[in-house]
Design a protein around this ligand. Structure first.
Ligand code: NAP
Length: 505
């Protein structure tokens, strides 16, 4: 059962204290909560701004939303699901899975839902985080940010966008009250979200204009429903599901060679993608428009069997001219053409390296994360700690992202690290820990060196993987098992620590 703390009496309290506060309950925050509970801890709370667990899988309910990573791998290793209905799960099934895990591991009662963190400041005197939320004040000895990288919609700065009089919404804030049937619709963007939305609504709408700034690379989607005997086998043959998962993991990991180590190897995948283009896009004009002009892998590789056929429909136009402005009921491109529309779907991604969440967290010297990142770019240590932010851990922090395999694998690596850190803090009776600046700097120099030759940096594209300093501060540049072993144990020697009479007493 979930417990909503909406009681005014709670708001009236000066501050509610918890040893550990986790902010966010997507795959990462929820997974950490479960681990802490498994360790027998009750001294934590999860503050979640939404009304349910699930994070990005709760928020992204657009038509066609589905995962690009096979179901067997896209789940917690401690909660395998033999009941996946297909090889690539759709959003509702993933959200049900996350909800069921929260219920099974009995951690919902540790959540405070509808609780939006609006600020967090480190207080060096009390050695506590002071946290402001929509449900009052909290304090914590240890703060964990698990807000995710893909949570703040990026709304394009297009002239006149606020004057549009029809329906307009972001892909991650789908308006289910809006009926697009028979309407003239524009989709802005051709990223992972858009290529799922376009084929899902193309048949239903009267006309669809797809505004493409950069043509993405597409690969086949090997999706199919699982047969009953397969599901029974997963359920009843010990080790079979783990074996299937390991095989998928290993196959996906081979992509790291081309992505991070030797980009020319990506030509193999490019050949597959070009063949797909030839087969699925017969019209030479359309084919020229959707042929990417950068090396495959530089931007996220997309998988779909339905996107190109949808673009070929009579009621769908791919517009490659840049958008000049949006008027009351139309979109005008730079060539002066005005296209009337009733609804606009903004599928323009998220604030990743410039998340507004960074404005709300102030560290030891009072600077916000935004200020620190603005000066030096997103830099952290093992994606899990940042100098100047004592007693704070980050899930999916700098350089933890992936394009080729399951983020849940990275998340579980971080869960190991943070859970071990908390245990170490208790064992050594530490009052504060803060990652050393020299250690963090050395770590980042090494990361950036590894990234120099990676396809994301050399493939000839602009992407949100790179920050405004031109550094790739989002992606992990190596095999993911290396990340796992790097985070296996908490390395207290990388941190400045202090003990106190209070904790040592
Ligand atoms: P995205 O990949 O960042 O794509 C945004 C799209 O909007 C791009 O085509 C971009 O063009 C375009 N765009 C951005 N600003 C624009 C502007 N001002 N004017 C015109 N076009 C503009 O965002 P997303 O599709 O929401 O996906 C974000 C991430 O979420 C993905 O990379 C992936 O990690 C995750 N995701 C995964 C799945 C899945 O597993 N199936 C599904 C959805 C999302 P440019 O390319 O030129 O920048």
């Amino acid at each position: 059962m979930s417990r909503k703390v909406t009681d005014k009496a709670v708001d009236a309290r000066p501050a509610r204290h918890s040893r550990i506060i986790i902010v966010g309950s997507g795959f990462s925050g929820l997974g950490l909560a479960i681990r802490l509970s498994q360790q027998g801890r009750q001294d934590y709370l999860v503050l979640e701004r939404g009304n349910d667990v699930g994070g990005t899988w709760r928020d992204n309910t657009y038509p066609g939303a589905a995962c690009d990573v096979p179901s067997q791998l896209y789940s917690y290793s401690f909660a395998l699901n033999p009941d996946w209905s297909r090889s690539f799960s759709k959003q509702p099934e993933i959200q049900r899975y996350i909800q069921s895990v929260a219920a099974e591991y009995d951690v919902r009662d540790k959540h405070i839902f509808d609780c939006d963190m609006t600020g967090a400041q480190w207080n060096g005197e009390t050695a506590r985080w002071e946290i402001q939320t929509s449900q009052g004040e909290f304090t914590a000895d240890i703060l964990v940010s698990a807000v995710g990288a893909l949570c703040e919609p990026n709304l394009p700065d297009i002239k006149g966008i606020n004057n549009f009089r029809g329906e307009i919404f972001h892909s991650a804030r789908w308006n289910h009250d809006s009926d697009l049937t028979g309407k003239r619709v524009a989709v802005i963007g051709t990223g992972a979200s858009a290529i799922q939305i376009v084929p899902s609504i193309a048949k239903q709408v009267a006309h669809l204009d797809v505004y493409q700034r950069t043509a993405p690379w597409l690969l086949p989607r090997a999706d199919r429903p699982y047969l009953l005997p397969e599901k029974l086998a997963f359920k009843h043959i010990p080790g079979l599901q783990a074996l299937s998962r390991a095989a998928i993991y290993a196959a996906r990991e081979t992509q790291v060679v081309g992505l991070a180590k030797f980009p020319p190897a990506m030509k193999l995948l490019e050949t597959v993608a070009r063949a797909k283009l030839r087969i699925e896009v017969k019209d030479p004009e359309l084919r020229a428009k959707v042929t990417p002009n950068f090396r495959i892998g530089c931007k996220r590789m997309l998988i779909s069997n339905e996107y190109y056929p949808a673009l070929g429909r009579d009621n769908v136009d791919l517009v490659t001219e840049g958008i000049q402005e949006i008027r009351g009921n139309s979109v005008v491109t730079k060539d002066g053409v005005e296209r009337e529309v009733d609804a606009i779907i903004v599928a323009t991604g998220f604030h990743v390296t410039d998340s507004p969440a960074y404005d709300t967290i102030s560290g030891r010297d009072g600077r916000t994360l935004s200020e620190v990142f603005d000066a030096i770019g997103q830099q952290g240590y093992k994606g899990s700690a940042i100098n100047n932010y004592p007693n704070m851990f980050f899930m999916l922090g700098p350089n933890v992202g992936l394009g080729h395999t399951s983020m849940v694998y990275m998340i579980e690596s971080q869960i190991n690290y943070i859970a071990d850190a908390v245990a170490t803090i208790d064992l050594l009776r530490l009052r504060t820990i803060e990652v050393r600046k020299d250690v963090q700097d050395e770590y980042n120099v090494e990361l950036q060196q590894k990234l120099t030759g990676a396809v994301w940096n050399t493939g000839g594209c602009a992407s949100w993987y790179l920050d405004k300093h031109g550094n790739n501060t989002t992606l992990w540049p190596d095999f993911t098992f290396r990340f796992r072993s790097l985070l296996e144990k908490f390395d207290v020697s990388a941190y400045e620590t202090s003990t106190s009479a209070r904790s040592a007493a």
